[in-house]
Design a protein around this ligand. Structure first.
Ligand code: GDP
Length: 298
């Protein structure tokens, strides 16, 4: 997804190699090129502004290192600032002192929540947990069955409303699932919620009601990295309407520009915990800001 950005940044920084001391004009020219590369990759404007401001200030400042030549110095600064924008340290999922830990997933329809629920469950299982999936997306036809299928694939139990009882109340399902988890000794509960095609009040209200019923330890906002600038506006709407403690980026295997998704951390102040890069359960990993920055810088 970040190939173009990666190529652009690499070539901008490559131009500095072999230069002796960098003048302020060199740094300004480099910063301008980086700015264009970030904007073309769809990184949100406030993020670009801050990033460029920091890079310029630090590159022109008195950071003199014996070990690095001027070009390496700038590359190091760009790398560190990129890691900073992406969240700095890797943020691990918070587990409750008294199980079950409740992880609620929220996001637009099609963002990849149900798929992610399966991925997360499989990952948790590998970490030695006994997770349970909870089907609270009772809006989208087949969402419950889809969750049961990914649950089976991941080898974990799924809690769903009994068939034949009409649509069912997602808040009630969520509440009952916690009792079931205690009873069946599941130490992590992953709650899949309904999304809509766009942000609307009812969607937010339902997600907030589920949140109030289950008091999640983590509410993860799931966002499709392919949706461009909407990633940022949707994140802001979910932050204000439901609130979340972390972000999951999905569809990083796509060929869209993806920079907007990289802005979500900085714009909302919440860390990116996981990244999804394919349709299979294995296409999923903990998000490491330093590794992502290294990947982007080639
Ligand atoms: P939900 O409506 O939020 O529950 O979204 P789904 O989990 O049903 O996913 C919507 C579509 O995106 C499905 O076709 C998934 O197979 C696909 N999908 C989910 N995650 C990824 C991903 O990381 N990469 C790709 N390429 N497709 C994905």
């Amino acid at each position: 997804m970040f190939d173009t950005l990666s190529d652009r940044l690499t070539s901008v920084l490559q131009n500095l190699r072999g230069k002796g001391k960098l003048s302020d004009a060199d740094i300004d020219a480099t910063a301008r090129e980086i700015r264009i590369a970030l904007l073309e990759a769809d990184v949100a404007l406030p993020v670009v502004r801050e990033f460029i401001g920091q890079v310029k200030e630090r590159a022109k400042g008195a950071e003199v290192s014996e070990a690095l030549n001027p070009a390496q110095q700038v590359i190091k600064i760009v790398n560190e600032e990129l890691v900073g924008i992406l969240g700095g340290e890797t943020r691990r999922v918070h587990l409750a002192k008294n199980p079950p830990t409740v992880i609620m997933l929220a996001g637009l329809q099609g963002s990849g929540k149900t798929t992610l629920a399966g991925k997360l469950a499989q990952w948790l299982k590998k970490q030695g947990h006994a997770p349970m999936l909870v089907a609270c997306d009772l809006q989208r036809p087949n969402a419950v069955t889809q969750l049961q299928v990914v649950g089976e694939r991941a080898g974990v139990a799924t809690f769903a409303p009994e068939p034949g009882n009409g649509v069912g109340d997602p808040v009630d399902v969520a509440r009952r699932s916690i009792e079931e988890a205690r009873h069946a000794q599941h130490d992590v509960v992953v709650v899949d919620t309904a999304g809509r095609l766009g942000v609307d009040e009812e969607l937010m209200r339902q997600a907030a009601d589920i949140r109030d019923a289950v008091q999640p330890d983590e509410t993860l906002f799931v966002v499709d990295a392919m949706i461009g600038q909407d990633a940022v506006t949707t994140a802001e709407a979910f932050r204000d309407g439901v609130g979340f403690t972390g972000v999951v980026l999905t569809k990083l295997d796509g060929d869209a520009r993806g920079g907007a998704a990289l802005s979500v951390r900085h714009v909302t102040g919440q860390p990116i915990l996981f990244a999804s890069n394919g349709e299979k359960l294995e296409d999923f990993d903990v998000f490491h800001p330093d590794r992502m920055a290294s990947r982007i810088l080639g």
